[in-house]
Ligand binder design. Structure first.
Ligand SMILES: [Mg+2]
Length: 363
């Protein structure tokens, strides 16, 4: 936390507790909001931590034991800490009674299965229908590490709000609004790291060159961040991938490294994450009154923990972790797979249809 470069560049002040309402205008980057740069951890610490994360079981606090009664015991402990959102559905909707649910959905591993080729992480038509249906009742946003354009290609629903690049690229369009008043599309675009675009492009090029000799390594330019996927890399080369990425980042002191599911994420050193993106969306969509809105965030990855933490600290709403194994998490509930996510979304729709038959009849 002592990087002099980062400290000297705290040029944009943002109150940490909340942001002002964004200026609304068409087709331009919102300039009334700003972010704070944060210090960058020493690279060596990042890589050391990274190598721990790269070990498959390192995120599990209590892995399943695949034999005998221990499996049940481990399962019971996990379910007590982070119960199934399906089994707890009645409890969730009881707390949502009389409130609007604001829904936030990660994409990879939440709406789509994790696949070897990130370009082919398609969501099923059934999942798309479930997401589309739930937007009839709940304002819904996709919050993804992918570029906003890429995740929109995958989801392809205009009814949603989109936050790409881990919330560094947020588009709020009135086409997603449930209270459309005219045909004129109103756009709010928030890109707190826009000045980093040339740097991201440069580091993307360097990372591609650095990892081109590693079989299976895949560098994905997500506009405001770069993902280095090592899912298809031989395990003996994982450390080499981390070292190569670390080496590239030595020339980019204003970029930092975070980790996801078999992916290294290179991001700008600014105090902004999926949790901040959720706060931004709640406020800019005027959904930040806990008396009338219950936010629910569903995600499967470490980067989603920032959003789970925001909801937990606001004491308002629920994080739902998608995972087949127990993990250290700030989420309140869990689901085991994208298919359970779909079941949860369909349950929300059924509940809302029963609660609001008039809305359903108008469809
Ligand atoms: Mg994910």
């Amino acid at each position: 936390m002592s990087d002099p470069v980062a400290k000297s560049e705290t040029v944009l002040a943002l109150p940490s507790n909340m942001m002002p309402s964004p200026v609304t205008f068409k087709g331009h980057t919102c300039s009334s909001l700003s972010v704070t740069y944060i210090s960058r951890r020493k690279l060596v610490e990042v890589v050391d931590g990274l190598l721990g994360v790269m070990t498959p079981s390192s995120t599990c606090t209590k892995p399943y034991v695949h034999s005998g009664s221990d499996e049940v015991a481990a399962d019971d402990t996990w379910m007590a800490k982070c119960p199934s959102a399906l089994a707890s559905f009645d409890q969730i909707i009881a707390n949502a009674h009389g409130k609007k649910i604001a829904l936030f959905l990660d994409y990879d591993g939440t709406l789509s299965p994790i696949v070897n080729d990130p370009e082919k992480a398609f969501m099923s038509p059934e999942m798309r229908t479930a997401v589309k249906n739930v937007t009839k009742f709940c304002p819904t946003a996709i919050v993804s590490g992918r570029s906003r354009d890429k995740v929109f290609e995958f989801v392809n629903l205009k009814e949603l709000y989109y936050a790409g690049s881990h919330g560094l690229d947020i588009l709020v369009s009135s086409t997603a609004s449930q209270s459309k008043t005219n045909d004129d599309t109103e756009v709010k675009l928030f890109q707190p790291a826009s000045e980093f675009l040339p740097m991201i492009s440069e580091v993307n090029k360097s990372l591609v060159e650095a990892t081109q000799s590693i079989k299976g390594a895949n560098v994905e330019n997500n506009k405001f961040c770069v993902s280095v996927h090592y899912r298809n890399v031989d395990k003996k080369d994982w450390k080499l991938v981390a070292e190569l990425v670390d080496n590239v980042l030595k020339d980019f002191p204003r970029l930092k490294l975070t980790t996801g599911r078999k992916v290294l994420e290179v991001r700008p050193v600014i105090d902004w994450d999926k949790g901040k993106a959720v706060e931004f969306l709640l406020q800019s969509l005027r959904l930040d009154d806990p008396e009338s809105v219950l936010p629910i965030y569903i995600g499967d990855d470490r980067t989603d923990e920032d959003a789970f933490k925001v909801l937990r600290e606001r004491n308002c709403g629920y994080g739902i972790l998608v995972s087949q194994v127990p993990k250290e998490t700030e989420a309140f509930y869990s689901l085991t797979s994208p298919s359970e996510v779909m079941e949860f979304l369909n349950s929300l729709v059924r509940w809302k249809e029963e609660e609001s038959p008039k809305v359903h009849d108008q469809e």
